[in-house]
Design a protein around this ligand. Structure first.
Ligand code: HEM
Length: 196
């Protein structure tokens, strides 16, 4: 039954990418993005480039069919505004998601959308430690207008309704691994690399 298969896809994504999520915690711990606004801007650079990769997938009609509310998602534009607020330059890099298609695209979206949940904690830190908020500097960590939980539930519903078979689900998980790998590489390059 579709519901059961896809309910297990959400669970499978969570379980099978658990180590990757832990790795993100480790990288953030190492990178100390809230030590000062300069370090934080380096995190936002990684966020901007990752969001650009993810949003590149929004143009694909098959992805739009699977997740119909894509226009309300994505944070590259607000990340760019944050970089401007912080007086940081716009980073550039090749798009890493070139050629990614359904169903792997859903794995990239899973990582991006899931990261809005953890962003609640990061947002609080940005506000408390750096004085940033949803109008200045920390837009990329702010909740979607409808709220984090609601947007996440609708994304899970889209996963649930995708009705993917076993092989397709494995591709979604692979896509999630690739997306985590990309975000990890961006954190390493932009947040962890020695300050030029
Ligand atoms: C120190 C940084 C981070 C913290 C403290 C954090 C924390 C959290 C927390 C508490 C949740 C669960 C929220 C809930 O169930 O209500 C969560 C979920 C998630 N986070 Fe993070 N996170 C961090 C970084 C990241 C990064 C960098 C990414 C990816 C780019 C990411 C991707 C995800 C995903 C995909 C989920 C959904 C897991 C699921 O339920 O399937 N997180 N995070």
């Amino acid at each position: 039954m579709t519901t059961d298969i896809s309910a297990s896809l959400a669970q499978r994504l969570k379980t099978e990418t658990h180590a990757q999520h832990e790795r993100m915690h480790g990288l953030m711990e190492q990178g100390q993005p809230f030590a000062d606004r300069t370090r934080y801007a380096r995190f936002v650079a990684a966020q901007y480039l990752f969001q650009r990769d993810v949003e590149q997938l929004f143009a694909d009609p098959a992805v739009r069919t699977a997740v119909p509310d894509l226009d309300s998602r994505g944070r590259s534009a607000v990340s760019l505004l944050d970089l401007h607020d912080l007086g940081a330059t716009q980073p550039d890099d090749a798009i890493a998601s070139q050629g990614v298609q359904m169903p792997a695209a859903l794995g990239w979206l899973y990582v991006s959308e899931g990261s809005t949940l953890g962003a609640a904690f990061l947002f609080k830190e940005a506000r408390a430690k750096l004085g940033l908020d949803e109008t200045f500097g920390a837009r990329n960590l702010a909740a979607y207008p409808e709220g984090r939980a609601q947007a996440w539930r609708r994304f899970l519903a889209a996963l649930q309704e995708s009705g993917l078979n076993e092989a397709e689900q494995a591709e979604v998980v692979q896509g999630a691994h690739a997306a985590y790998d990309r975000f990890g590489a961006l954190l390493e390059t932009h947040l962890l690399a020695t300050q030029p």
